[in-house]
Design a protein around this ligand. Structure first.
Ligand code: BES
Ligand code: ZN
Length: 653
């Protein structure tokens, strides 16, 4: 690409980004002055998963005033939106799905005309509101009065029995990717950042927390038997990062500006497990610049939380399965923390580029782990990820192994696999290896600064890296990096290098002894191994795994299960690996352990593959799957049931 064209693209990008509504601006000497009436210059990447037309009218701020009613399992109240529009525009389009909209009014209470469009199975409905013509530079407020439905996909309403304490109900939300529209009527696109505030009224016995600054830590008296909590997020964020949890919650500080929230019965375990959170934040800041969100807290949810973790700003949401008792799974916190830069500061403009969030974060996560726990541990994690990537590359349709994916007519969930995470991370490691760590780190830190509070596309990423790392004159480096190949072509480019961990090479030797040479399980140095070594051992598969069946005899399975004490395994990652082996062998003695695992947590990453494997085992596995799912389905989050239903079907339906 010519130097002139590169420069032109870079400056367009700078203008677009500078106008995209952030409170923080990064001065750049060569940036052209902004035109006085600049709004026309703002371009938005087309987001096929949103009905919004932000180039016509866009939401700048959301103010929620909602009551959580556990009896009806609804949130109801108002969303007051600050909207700006092109001069003359008379309509703003919001995203809504499965919402009961009562009315839409202006700030003075005067009704505004609105329509709800046809229901799209993935996107939901366009909520179009007609308002007086916009004048340049003005804001109009619209007040949407509404209720959520009991089956809102973002929300899970838990009975007391589904919590650790067993005495109070619980509610939490999960917005990513396009679920926020099932509880907040707004423009639900990652490219449309909004500041927000909220007042949440809950039963007196419960506390509300959100991914925002908590203005009333103790709540304020509200109506009969209730109290309210107020929150404020002054950084503009994409709506998928608006998050709420309500329950019997307690807090313990872990260090300066960091702490854990969870149910009182788990608080001490959580505080101990994550006692190194402050070191993680320090390491992250040392690597790539200041943490821009104030506090960093962790909320450990009840076991049905469908993800490992979710990077809600200021308050990462996480599964209780990360409390392993030995801090062995803290890389998950490093990951969600890293998103405070990669994802929450610089955000994928559309879900086709989720690799920009997840790949950059997986790279950054590993750098935090290296800084805090050393190179050996970081390398082990890299190898585990690389091996998952190889399995995915072998399994997936080639076109879906591109970093920039085509999600036309697809749920963004379909792009959620090892490719954005592990191919994305491998891409950044490749660049780091070629240009050297020092130069790479300087670029990545600058990338976060230059693009803070802005959406990013694959094309924009390439413009930034060419402008600020590669330079237009270094044709040799440009060729060596294969940037476009990495982003737009399937598979792995030829400059990808497999990570090597000497610890895991030793595990391979032990695995050969057991799996190939058929040695006894007592020869496995299990007790000396870390969680990562154990995971790696149990992830061993024969060559040509797709075709191979029953690589272990019933005697070997029994030997493993007994010698490694797998029935009592408490580490969810290790247990998951064992159960995958057990199911693939139709190993009946492990079924009670499997049933316990599927009953005790609802993390989709564990639950979906196990049900899928059971289903693949036909006559043996399907009745087991159906029986267990009939019991566990009512306790799973809609994110998990939505996926498992497609495999097992809805029991009794
Ligand atoms: N942001 C993701 C979770 C997510 C992605 C939810 C896309 C919905 C749509 C989060 O940061 C994540 O990657 N979680 C992982 C854990 C991580 C350590 C790889 C998970 O939940 O397993
Ligand atoms: Zn992530």
């Amino acid at each position: 690409m010519s130097r002139a064209r590169l420069a032109a693209m870079a400056s367009t990008l700078a203008i677009v980004a500078a106008l995209s509504g952030c409170g923080v601006s990064t001065p750049k000497s060569d940036m052209p002055p902004l035109p006085a009436s600049a709004s026309a210059a703002v371009t938005y990447e087309r987001d096929i998963h949103s009905f919004a037309q932000p180039q016509v009218a866009r939401v700048k701020h959301v103010d929620l005033d909602l009551v959580a009613d556990f009896a009806t399992r609804t949130l109801s109240g108002t969303a007051t939106l600050d909207v700006t529009g092109e001069p003359g525009a008379t309509q703003v389009i919001l995203d809504a799905r499965n919402l009961d909209i009562r009315s839409v009014a202006d700030a003075g209470g005067k009704a505004l005309t609105f329509t709800l469009g046809d229901e799209d199975p993935i996107r939901g409905q366009a909520l179009s509101v007609t308002l007086p013509a916009f004048e340049a530079g003005t804001i109009q407020k619209i007040v949407v009065t509404y209720s959520t439905r009991p089956d809102a996909a973002a929300l899970q309403w838990l009975t007391p029995a589904q919590t650790a304490g067993g005495r109070q109900p619980f509610l939490f939300s999960q917005g990513q990717a396009i679920l926020t529209r099932t509880w907040v009527p707004t423009q639900d696109s990652p490219g449309i950042r909004q500041t927000w505030s909220a007042t949440i009224t809950v039963p007196e016995a419960l506390k509300a927390v959100m991914s925002a600054e908590m203005l009333t830590p103790d709540g304020e008296a509200a109506g009969e038997g209730t109290h309210s909590y107020r929150f404020r997020m002054t950084n503009p964020v994409p709506p998928y990062l608006i998050a709420l949890a309500v329950g019997d919650l307690a807090f313990a500080p872990v260090g300066d500006g960091v702490g854990v929230w969870t149910e009182p019965g788990r608080l001490e375990a959580a505080r101990t497990e994550f006692s190194e959170m402050r070191q993680l934040v320090d390491a992250a800041e040392t690597l790539y610049g200041p943490y821009r969100w104030g506090r960093y807290d962790l909320l450990i949810l009840p076991p049905s939380f469908p993800f490992g973790g979710m990077e809600n700003p200021r308050l990462t949401f996480a599964t209780p399965t990360v409390i392993a008792g030995d801090k062995s799974l803290v890389s998950l916190v490093a990951h969600e923390l890293a998103h405070s830069w990669s994802g929450n500061l610089v955000t994928n403009a559309t879900w086709a580029d989720i690799w920009l969030n997840e790949g950059t974060t997986t790279y950054f996560e590993n750098r935090i782990m290296e800084a805090v726990y050393g190179r050996d541990r970081a390398l082990m994690l890299q190898v585990l990820g690389w091996n998952d990537l190889q399995a995915s590359l072998a399994d997936m349709p080639a076109l879906d192994t591109r970093l920039h994916v085509d999600l036309e007519n697809r749920d963004p969930d379909e792009g959620l696999n090892d490719i954005p995470y592990e191919k994305g991370a491998a891409f950044l490691r490749t660049i780091e290896r070629i240009v050297g760590r020092e130069r790479f780190d300087a670029w990545l830190k600058g990338y976060f600064e230059r693009n803070a509070f802005r959406p990013m596309t694959a094309a924009g990423f390439l413009v930034d890296i060419r402008a600020n790392l590669v330079g237009p004159d270094d044709a040799a480096l440009e060729r060596q990096l294969q940037l476009d190949n990495w982003v737009y072509q399937p598979g792995l480019p030829s400059n990808a290098v497999a990570p090597v961990s000497t610890a895991l090479t030793a595990v391979d030797t032990a695995a050969n002894g057991f799996f190939v040479s058929k040695g006894p399980a007592s020869a496995i140095p299990w007790a000396r191994w870390s969680t990562q070594e154990r995971q790696h051992f149990l992830a061993w598969r024969p060559e040509g795994a797709a075709a191979a069946r029953d690589w272990l005899t019933p005697q070997q399975l029994a030997d493993l299960e007994t010698t490694l004490n797998l029935r009592a395994e408490g580490n969810a990652e290790v247990l998951f690996q064992w159960l995958q082996i057990a199911v693939a062998h139709r190993y009946q003695p492990a079924v009670p352990t499997l049933e316990r695992f599927l009953t005790s947590q609802g993390r989709r990453k564990f639950v979906l593959p196990l049900f899928t494997s059971l289903w693949a085992e036909g006559d043996w596995g399907r009745p087991i799957a159906t029986r267990i799912y009939a019991q566990t389905r009512p306790g799973y989050h809609p994110v998990t049931t939505g996926s498992v239903d497609d495999v097992v079907g809805v029991p009794g339906a």
